[in-house]
Design a protein around this ligand. Structure first.
Ligand SMILES: Cc1ncc(COP(=O)(O)O)c(C=O)c1O
Length: 382
């Protein structure tokens, strides 16, 4: 039976049946009162998830659209940003900035490591004339499975007025990111991650300082105009036809998050991370990230000597229906990635590890069958 799949991807993540059902509702007029009520409920609900009282904008686009919207609406051509990168999605921010004529100073840390707040502080302190208008960074770098310390990065600004723009597309709801308490100016999220929705929505929470920057920004934009989105949103509408089905799904997923609570969600994701790490280590495989910076959403696992990621990914999918992701960027040929994000349960993790043991055993890797499941079970039971 190959149809049944266990998605252990860092996105798109499994969609709960309640959410899928909500998305099957009949069409409504997106300029009518039902839509207004839906819109008001989801935009208010999102504020809780972003832990902010700032305005949240929802755009019908994938996460990259949210990243592009942040750059296009907040940074003018010729202005400078500091792009702090620890992997492939940080590199995407650089590409977007360059496409929009933004001068980009890059501060790159090696794949598998987190950004060092002290080095960020040094760079900003050296910018005496305050030419750097924003610091761009990932909360959770999905390509390496590393979580940045955003609170420390925010503090690293000291008196420097640069905006802090955080891509938390794969981090939000899986790891704590209290936007207001940590003084973050913009947080970007995406629907197909811990929101447990299909791809297609990106959400940006934008604080007052960032709205002021948006007022002055002269960069090109049309569809991804966050001011237009905010102004329509205040009337319970969107400037263009919204992804209504996804918004119904969002309404339901926000209810599920509320039921679990954010704290409960962070704890579940952290426990799944620890189970995966213990299980993988019990099979003698190496992890790309150190424990201290390990992501609660995704784990990058180094493939054993002499193997390629596809040697593991293909049999996991074909024989067991367990779907994991390949590597990206610099570590593309060295790692595969196990997602433990969104609508994933402890038993999904145990099943995925059991399948991994079998795949490695069949490939002649000296593993002890049962070792990964036992190690993960011990974490779960502690
Ligand atoms: C951290 C991060 N940033 C940006 C993106 C890009 O989002 P999308 O693929 O939805 O455009 C992703 C998607 O995996 C991501 O994980």
């Amino acid at each position: 039976m190959t149809e049944k799949q266990i998605l252990l991807l860092p996105g798109p993540t499994p969609v709960p049946p309640q959410v899928a059902l909500a998305m099957a509702r009949p069409a409504i007029n997106h300029r009518g009162p039902e839509f207004k009520a839906l819109w008001e409920e989801v935009t208010e609900g999102l504020k809780d998830v972003f832990q902010t009282r700032s305005e949240v904008v929802i755009l019908t686009a994938s996460g990259t659209g949210g990243m592009e919207a942040a750059v296009a609406n907040l940074i003018s051509p010729g202005e400078k940003v500091l792009a702090v990168t620890i992997g492939a999605f940080g590199e995407r921010f650089i590409q977007i900035c360059r496409a929009f004529g933004v001068e980009t100073e890059v501060l790159a840390f090696p794949y598998g490591r987190a950004a060092d707040p002290e080095i960020v502080a040094e760079r900003l302190a050296a910018d005496k004339e305050h030419k750097i208008k924003a610091v761009l960074i990932q909360h959770n770098e999905t390509s390496t499975g590393v979580l940045n310390d955003i609170q420390a990065i925010s503090r690293a600004r000291g008196n420097h007025p640069a905006l802090l723009i955080v891509d938390s597309i794969s981090g939000l709801i899986a790891a704590d990111l209290p936007m207001d308490a940590w003084n973050i100016d913009v947080v970007i999220a995406g629907s197909q991650k811990a929101f447990m929705l299909p791809p297609g929505l990106t959400m940006l929470a934008v604080n007052d300082r960032a709205w002021q920057a948006a007022e002055k920004c002269s960069n090109h934009r049309f569809y991804l105009d966050i001011k237009k989105a905010r102004n329509s949103g205040l009337k319970g509408q969107t400037p263009f036809t919204p992804g209504v089905s996804l918004l119904y799904g969002l309404q339901e997923s926000l209810r599920l998050v509320k039921e679990e609570t954010l704290v409960g969600s962070f704890a579940r994701h952290a426990l799944m991370r620890d189970m995966v790490r213990a299980g993988v280590r019990a099979l003698g495989l190496k992890l790309l990230a150190e424990d201290e910076v390990a992501s609660p959403a995704v784990t990058a696992v180094c493939v054993p000597e002499g193997m390629k990621p596809a040697d593991i990914i293909a049999p996991l999918r074909e024989k067991f229906g367990v779907v994991v992701a390949g590597g990206q960027g610099e570590v593309k040929d060295r790692v595969f990635r196990i997602g433990h994000l969104g609508y994933v349960s402890y038993s999904d993790i145990l099943a995925g590890l059991a399948a991994l043991e079998n795949v490695l055993f069949d490939a002649g890797v000296p593993v002890e069958r049962g070792a990964a499941v036992a190690a993960a079970g011990a974490v779960l039971g502690r």
